[in-house]
Structure formats: structure tokens, C-alpha cells
Design a protein around this ligand. Structure first.
Ligand SMILES: Nc1ncnc2c1ncn2[C@@H]1O[C@H](COP(=O)(O)OP(=O)(O)OP(=O)(O)O)[C@@H](O)[C@H]1O
Ligand SMILES: [Mg+2]
Length: 282
């Protein structure tokens, strides 16, 4: 379980120009959940990710991961439980060859050679890139680099995988594939996934959506609840998935759509399930 308890964080400038990136945050995330984090640019999403992976430490409050307090002294323990993939793979790929890069983290954990080999192989397979394991990282496409970075995170066998907008640089097909791979690992191995995204359609695929606005947690719930609050989301610079937005407008015109509507398929289903009015029943 990840417990964020009364956490604030300020980037230090001079005394007057400190940037208060997070304010009094309380969040609990059970293991094995699929959580999306959304928020406008600068709302504090990446700062939260850095706090959860012991890259930064709270100015106030505390964080525990599976009971271990996040501190400078516990950073390796924390990072063995929580793996992160940032937006730009070039920032995190360190080795020349794909397989060596994926092995880099487990090697730093000091694991036996056979275990490292086994982890690398299964991580490459999980990301569908076993066939490029001997390639040079610089020769890869952006999507392949991103998968290599995620394979490296998976080889750490984390309890929680955090993806900080890894899909924003990818074409839609590759982004969908990535999310499917993460969901599959969640199903198969119970790995928790925390996915930071600008895409509302992506967020709608998760069990829970956390919404940040200027460093504060403003909504936290299943996507069906969060995306019903279309007006409030719009006020903080966020959209809702198109289908949810259309459903909300139709409902406001008195059309009694049933059920949770997040995807185009949901909308189609609800529209076809509408009772026929006297006018068009012939
Ligand atoms: N190294 C830094 N020094 C000073 N201020 C920073 C630093 N990094 C981020 N900030 C500020 O902290 C706030 C939160 O930034 P953060 O990167 O966490 O937001 P974000 O939600 O990840 O944004 P984006 O959607 O653009 O990735 C912003 O006001 C940002 O300008
Ligand atoms: Mg960010």
C-alpha cells in the first residue's frame, strides 16, 4: 500500500519565490490497482511521481510504501518496490544494447547472474521486444525505446509501476499497446500501475482516477464518477472523454441515458437502449 499523508512539497527558490507544487495531499493506493492521475500542466503530477520514487522528499508530511517510510536512507528499498518510467526514454536509457539496458537495474540490485538473465528475458517478452534485444538503443524507434525503458522498469519486479506520461510522445496505436501491456501485467502478476496521462480516454480505462489541480487533490474516484463532473473538470482545464461529454449534454436536454458512459461503445449502447417515444413508434 502506498500512503501519502498530509504531503506538501515546495521547490526552493529564494525565500519569496518558492514554488508550492503540492499542497496537503492525502492519498492511499492499495497494491494491485490501476490508477490514473490527471491534471493540467504544472498541477504537480510529476512532482508526486518523484516523491513516490524517492527522487524528491516531502517538505511536509510523510509517505510510506508497504510500510517503509520514504527517506533518503530508504531510497533503494523504495525504488525496488516502485519503478518509474518518465516521458522521454532518452533520459533513462543508459546502456548501448537493449538487453544490457534492461539488465542495468537488476544488476544494481546485486542479483545473481541467472536471475538477472531470467528477469531480462521475461521483461523483454512482456513488452513484445524480445526480437530486438541485441539492437543498439540509438537505432530504435521512439516506441521501441519507450518499451525498452518500461522493460527495464519491469525487470526490477516492482510492486508498483509508475508511468509518467510515457504515451504522450507515441502514436496512438503504440500508446494503446503500452496500456494493454500494463493491464496484462496487472492481471497476471498483480502489479499496481499508476499512470499519469493527459488523455482522458486513457484515464477512462483505469479503476480509479485521481485529479490534481495546482498541487491539490480535487477529485478521486472511479472514472464513471469523475467524468460525470464534466463542468468542474472543464473549469480546471480538463476535458472529459468525448462520449462522456456528449452523454452529459444529452442528459441535460432530458434524454434519459442509462448507465456509465465513458466510451463510444457505452454511448452507442445507451442510445440504442432508449425507450421509443410515442412519436417514432409508428
Ligand atoms: N525543478 C523545479 N524547480 C522549480 N519549480 C519546478 C521544478 N519542477 C517543477 N516545478 C514547478 O512545480 C509545479 C508542478 O510541476 P510538475 O512538473 O509536477 O507538474 P506536472 O503536472 O507534471 O506538469 P506537466 O503536465 O507539464 O508534466 C509547476 O509549477 C512547475 O513549474
Ligand atoms: Mg509532468
Amino acid at each position: 500500500m502506498i500512503e501519502v499523508d498530509g504531503v506538501s512539497f515546495a521547490y526552493r527558490g529564494g525565500e519569496s519565490d518558492a514554488v508550492h507544487a503540492l499542497r496537503d495531499l492525502d492519498i492511499q493506493i492499495e497494491p494491485g490497482r490501476l490508477v490514473a492521475v490527471i491534471g493540467h500542466n504544472g498541477s504537480g503530477k510529476s512532482t508526486l511521481v518523484k516523491l513516490l520514487t524517492a527522487v524528491l522528499y516531502p517538505t511536509e508530511g510523510g509517505i510510506r510504501v508497504d510500510g517503509v517510510p520514504v527517506r533518503h536512507e530508504t531510497r533503494w528499498e523504495i525504488r525496488s518496490r516502485v519503478s518509474v518510467v518518465f516521458q522521454d526514454p532518452d533520459d533513462q536509457l543508459v546502456m548501448n544494447r537493449v538487453a544490457d539496458d534492461v539488465a542495468f537495474g537488476p544488476e544494481n540490485l546485486g542479483l545473481p547472474r541467472e536471475e538477472i538473465a531470467e528477469r531480462v528475458e521475461s521483461a523483454l517478452e512482456a513488452m513484445g521486444i524480445a526480437d530486438i534485444s541485441e539492437k543498439i538503443v540509438d537505432d530504435l524507434s521512439l516506441g521501441q525505446k519507450q518499451r525498452t525503458a518500461i522493460a527495464g522498469a519491469l525487470a526490477m519486479r516492482p510492486r508498483y509501476l509508475i508511468l509518467d506520461e510515457p504515451t504522450s510522445l507515441l502514436p496512438a496505436v503504440a500508446a494503446t499497446r503500452l496500456i494493454e501491456a500494463a493491464r496484462e501485467l496487472n492481471r497476471r502478476e498483480g502489479m499496481g500501475v499508476i499512470h499519469v496521462t493527459h488523455s482522458m480516454a486513457e484515464a477512462a480505462l483505469f479503476d480509479r482516477v485521481i485529479v490534481l489541480d495546482t498541487g491539490r487533490l480535487v477529485m478521486d474516484g472511479p472514472p464513471s464518477e469523475v467524468f460525470r463532473r464534466a463542468e468542474e473538470l472543464r473549469e480546471i482545464g480538463l476535458d472529459v472523454p468525448l462520449a462522456a461529454s456528449l452523454a452529459s449534454r444529452l442528459r441535460s436536454h432530458g434524454i434519459p441515458l442509462e448507465g456509465d458512459i465513458l466510451t463510444d461503445a457505452d454511448l452507442r449502447k445507451s442510445v440504442f437502449a432508449l425507450p421509443r417515444s410515442a412519436g417514432d413508434s409508428g
